[in-house]
Design a binder for this molecule. Structure first.
Ligand code: APR
Length: 254
């Protein structure tokens, strides 16, 4: 059976591109074994966003929030990049003008070898002091089961202030300048590849419009219809861990 038409259309659009922007969401890491947020069995099924992903929730009950993130850090240490992450890292090597803008806070793209990454929602493996603002990589593994009361929570080595996960919560601003950098890159991109995101939050819409205005092509890679589908000219309805390697396999020989 030959390559499906949408996949071939995606390959053709990427092959003729000289600058490529990729916008990724939790679906890219799903086949590594990390939960997405809004799918069946997703993270937002078992947790209320307002309890574990807002500054108010953290203020109200930092232990519950830390357990939620410590569980995700623990899970992240148990999984590894999937062929989709590896394919994006190779795509970066094939196209000198390439940028991966990701909503994901996992480090799987970095572990797969991607270097040109903009992480607009922060990083699960960094922590920040709520008092002095010092930010650092998570050094030691935090066992969620040991987090029972506020005294068990990690504190800053500089000022003993309470540390928080280095991720962006609902109601918070994205890290300074990242979306602007992504939008500028989009205005000069010939193709935007949207991978594994429902398009519910931040950024995808603006990036897609910027690429379309510049005459570029928007490709959506997602087994399901999303909020961004209407903006895409090509819809590859396949999981990313198989579709991305198939795309890169073709590009490698172009
Ligand atoms: N391959 C590609 N896409 C997939 C796969 C897969 N194997 N499995 C699931 N998907 C798609 C789903 O169809 C869905 O469209 O991934 C998407 C996941 O959507 P969400 O769970 O909403 O995740 P995301 O879009 O990344 O959420 C964005 O919302 O809650 C916040 O901060 C959180 O960064 C997150 C943001």
């Amino acid at each position: 059976m030959g390559i499906e038409q949408p996949l071939q259309s995606a390959i053709d659009a990427l092959r003729s591109a000289s600058q490529i922007l990729v916008f990724a969401g939790a679906g890219l890491s799903a086949e590594s074994g990390l939960q997405t947020f809004r799918d069946q069995g997703g993270l937002w099924e078992g947790h209320r966003v307002e309890d574990v992903a807002t500054p108010e929730g953290f203020k109200r009950d930092p232990v519950t929030v830390w357990r939620f993130y410590a569980e995700r850090q623990k899970r992240l240490l148990e999984v590894k990049p999937n062929p989709g992450h590896l394919a994006l890292a190779e795509m970066e090597r094939i196209f000198p003008r390439f940028l991966l803008v990701t909503q994901n806070v996992d480090d799987l793209s970095e572990r797969a070898g991607s270097q040109k990454i903009v992480k607009i929602h922060g990083d699960l493996l960094t922590v920040r002091c709520t008092h002095c603002g010092t930010e650092k990589r998570v050094e030691a593994y935090i066992n969620p089961a040991l987090l029972r009361q506020t005294d068990d929570l990690p504190v800053c080595g500089q000022c003993a202030g309470l540390l928080r996960p280095g991720v962006v919560w609902f109601g918070e601003l994205l890290p300074e300048g990242l979306i602007e950098r992504a939008l500028l890159f989009a205005t000069q991109s010939d193709a935007l590849l949207v991978v594994g995101t429902s398009g519910f939050v931040s950024g995808g819409y603006g990036l897609a419009e910027a690429v379309l205005r510049a005459g570029g092509t928007v490709i959506e890679l997602n087994p399901n219809q999303t909020h961004l589908s209407a903006l895409a000219q090509v819809h590859v309805r396949q999981p990313s861990a198989s579709a991305l390697p198939a795309i890169v396999q073709s590009l490698r020989h172009s």
